[in-house]
Design a protein around this ligand. Sequence first.
Ligand code: GDP
Ligand code: GDP
Length: 452
Amino acid sequence: MRPQVIIIGRPNVGKSTLFNRLVGKKLALVDDQPGVTRDRRFGDASLLGLEFTIVDTAGWEDDDPSSLPGRMRQQTEASLEGADVALFVVDARAGITPLDEEIGRYLRGHDVPVILLANKAEGRAGDHGLFEAFSLGFGDPVGVSAEHGEGMGDLFEALLPHIGEKQDDEDEASDEEVEYDPKAVLKLAVVGRPNAGKSTLINRFLGEDRLLTGPEAGITRDSIAIDWSWTDPKDGEVRPIRLIDTAGMRKKAQVVDKLERLSVADARRAIDFAEVVVLLLDATRGLEHQDLKIASMVLEEGRALIIAINKWDVAEDASGLFNGVRQALDDGLAQVRGVPLVAVSARTGKGLDTLLGAAFSLRDAWSRRVPTAALNRWFDDALAANPPPAPGGKRIKLRYITQAKTRPPGFVLFGTRLDMLPESYRRYLVNGIRRELGFDAVPIRLTLRSPK
Ligand code: GDP
Ligand code: GDP
């Protein structure tokens, strides 16, 4: 069971912003789907390796305090019941309002531990609000900036005593990795918008010998796995591949809107299953917004991503199209630069060997482990070339880095004052790992840890 953390606060203090920061990009998708109410939202959050469920409550409307005991209160009550800890958010810039005080009284009537967060505390403008917040009687407020990601280390420290021991040992378990075998069956999924050519591509791959293996763990009844093998023309090696065939590929819904949603649901299922995800684009349509969303989702989930532009046989201005898509990917996918881009035709078979070759090498990179010594040699050089900044004259100390996991690669950086580390510096390190340690085009994670 993941521990539950609930966010409470009056409107506009930054609850959603905090929720989004803790949950990451995945959420944007959830939000776009109709039927998701703002009353209560759940998300899988992670903060410096702490994993928990975050619940955002809304409804403390200050324009109508008489509605407080209403529906909102029921929602909040329900959430508080299951919560391990509550994050009581106030606005450090606006200071403490009567409604904040009322929420404070309300929370005191429950036995859920409360962490007081003074949000919007970036810069100095929040100083007086931080001071004022103390008067709420929940101890020292933790100053954070949900928008700028500041204070997350302090939030981590504050959460740890409440939910730290509830962390299941999943992390440890995944550390006992089986040695990576590059010859093992490649789990590959093809996703993309309706009519991009997914079914055509899979049928092209499989030819006559369509072998259905039936459901396996992790695949819902809506999806089936297909085992198949590909002969690599480069070395004649026969390489096993397991494809996922999702319901959306087989069953065509009537309504376009339904199809759109189906393709996202398919993508989610495929992502759960796959090591490498091929996002198929339609050359006659180019890269569309939905494609970028699916691409982001794949990367956020830590899967290796390849983009294939299909229907190359009918592409107009092929090189202009290719460069345009390349550019749009580099602009639109901040997480990973240089995602492999391959032109294919499911109809003629063009580019398919290149695509599959790229899939295998990308999986190799995704599964790589860099020895700690080599990693820290690189790290020392990276710090020497560009030392971390000293905000407010105090130096951020970066001590060492280790690769905690693979598939996707995850790194943990140890040091002090890490909550002050600017995002730009973090990006500098991540890009360095990617470029110089052989993790090109691979989604990697960097977690910051300060010793207690
Ligand atoms: P909610 O109503 O509590 O969910 O608040 P929102 O998350 O919608 O945020 C309300 C407003 O505060 C938005 O305009 C945010 O951009 C802004 N905001 C949120 N967090 C911060 C922060 O850390 N600093 C600043 N300056 N503004 C923030
Ligand atoms: P799906 O909805 O993504 O599974 O797409 P389909 O495989 O059903 O393909 C949609 C349409 O695009 C069909 O009419 C296919 O014949 C066509 N199509 C698929 N791949 C290609 C291709 O490489 N070239 C051309 N010209 N048409 C293609």
